[in-house]
Each structure stands twice: as structure tokens, then as C-alpha cells.
Design a protein around this ligand. Sequence first.
Ligand code: F6R
Length: 261
Amino acid sequence: MEVVIVPDAAAGGELIAEAVAGLLRRKPDALLGVATGSTPLPVYQALAGLVRGGAVDASRARVCQLDEYVGLPAGHPESYRSVVLREVVEPLGLSPDAFLGPDGSAPDVLAACEAYDAALASAGGVDLQLLGIGTDGHIGFNEPCSSLASRTRIKTLTEQTRVDNARFFGGDISQVPHHVITQGIGTILEARHLVLLATGEGKAEAIAQTVEGPVAAVVPASALQLHPHATVVVDEAAASELKLAPYFRATFAAKPDWQGL
Ligand code: F6R
């Protein structure tokens, strides 16, 4: 995997937004897998800036969700459908019809999970999947010890993840759902390019385990080591526990511009 160390979150956002813009220039109807949470917001802001400035046309882009809470009422502002509409679909001027996501309020959740995997496949697969990482090493909501071959399914959030996400629910952990639908690790690994962004010291240990530790289900993000095109973009704080940081810096500094991410 390629590890790119950037000075801060804004620089990470700009770097990844440029990579997405490059993809959209090559493939205007690319299917972009988007994550929610705080980390990817600088990417969406930078991409919206590129679209507004005319540097890229995103009008034919399609987006798909990585995960969704189970049991939040339709239209809840913290449902991931609402977040993706607010942070990605509207600022980029995409059609809501170009948007795929699992149905977290479906009466038959198992059928909704299977239907989502089938919808991703019939849409031609994900071209670029943007990922964040949990403090416990999760990607999507594949919590520690998720199968590395897992498909989209229902998962139970760890207490740590519910504590981490309580800030989106007014600090009230009782409002954070216990269950989610998440693309499985096997599903995520089918995307053509994986781009994981991590910022802040709180992610440093998870990043060190992901990049320099063994591939192990106890650190779900370590599955990125199995992907032929995985890029990990980290700010200085999230990179602070990487032993190979000098090598990663030298490699990126010597990379030809035409190569992109
Ligand atoms: C959300 C998701 C999660 C988050 C992770 C980090 O769609 O897939 O894996 O990326 O929990 O969240 P933040 O960015 O808020 O620290």
C-alpha cells in the first residue's frame, strides 16, 4: 500500500479531491464510495471547490454509501443517507437518483443487505472507495474480528464506537444506535481503488497497526494490505507512530507527478 504523509487534514482533503477529480475526468460516471464521520469532510469541501471553480465536472458522478445506522427514522439528520445527501450529493450538484445506499429502516434487514451488494455489483462496482478509520481499527463499521471475507450485513457497534459517535447525537450515547448495516470487508476490497484518510493523534495507533502490523481481523483496516491499489493518507499526528515514516516521505517526494495517487 502507498502511505502519504500530509501536513494537515486540509492538505489531505485537497490531495484526495484531486485524485477523485482525475478519476472523474477519465470516467465521468465513476461510482464513488463515500464514508461519513468527520474525517472525510475536507475531501468533500475541496471537491466541491473544484466543481464550483470548473476544474472538474461531477454532474454524471454516482455515489454510494459505505454504511448506515439501523433503526433511525427516515430523514433523521444523522442517518448516513441524510449526511451523504447534505455533505456530498447537494454540494456536488449530483442527482439524488445517482445515489445508492442500504435501507437501514427496511423491515427485512438481511434482505436489504443482500440487495445492497447486488445493487453495487449491477452498478458496475465501486471505482474509488473513500474510507475513514475507527480508533479501534474499523473500516466501514466492520468492528474488530469482522471476517476479512465479509459481505454487506448487520453489525453491532462496540461501546468505543458508540462513545466516539455520541458527538453527532448531542453527546448523548443513548441516542446512538447499537446496530448498523455495513459493506463487508470483502465487499470493500472489491472497489478498484481504496483511499483511507486518517487525521489526529487518536488514530495514530490504529494506523500503525493497519500499515505496519500483520493482516489480522482484530484490526479490520489491515485488510487494505491485501488490496492491489490502496492509498493511506495521514496527517502528521496520525502518522506519529509509523516506524517507516521517513521511507514513506521519501517515496512520495520522489514520485512522478503523472502517477497520481
Ligand atoms: C463511517 C465509517 C466509519 C468512520 C470512522 C471514523 O461511514 O465508515 O468507519 O470512517 O468511524 O469516523 P471519524 O471520521 O468521525 O473519526
